[in-house]
Design a protein. Structure first.
Length: 106
């Protein structure tokens, strides 16, 4: 499966557009991660615990989107967009969306 943020693929021709696909995940950060992240914010530097949670959420959303595209018979997803939203009580929502397509090599 080819996955890209661009609207076309160099060296490939889009034969058919199969529909919009998406994957979502909602995760929560626990109290200990919040505590250590706040210390990092005060002292300076990056919060690796939050970065790890974001990577996991992104991977889950992308995986769900890819499974949906495969169910449509797609071999590529173009125009991918990733959105990150915070929702109440420390919850984080990550959404991946794109267009499932069937492509052939030129």
């Amino acid at each position: 499966m080819i996955i890209t943020t661009t609207n076309n693929l160099e060296g490939h021709k889009i034969e058919s557009y199969l529909g919009i696909v998406s994957g979502e995940t909602i995760i929560g950060a626990n109290v200990f991660k919040d505590f250590f992240a706040s210390i990092t914010d005060i002292v300076g530097g990056r919060s690796s615990s939050y970065e790890r949670v974001l990577r996991e959420a992104k991977a889950t959303a992308m995986s769900e989107m890819e499974m949906q595209a495969r169910a449509f018979g797609a071999n590529a997803i173009v125009g991918i967009d990733l959105d990150y939203e915070t929702i109440r009580d420390g919850m984080l929502m990550v959404t991946a969306s794109g267009t499932a397509v069937k492509v052939n090599k030129l």
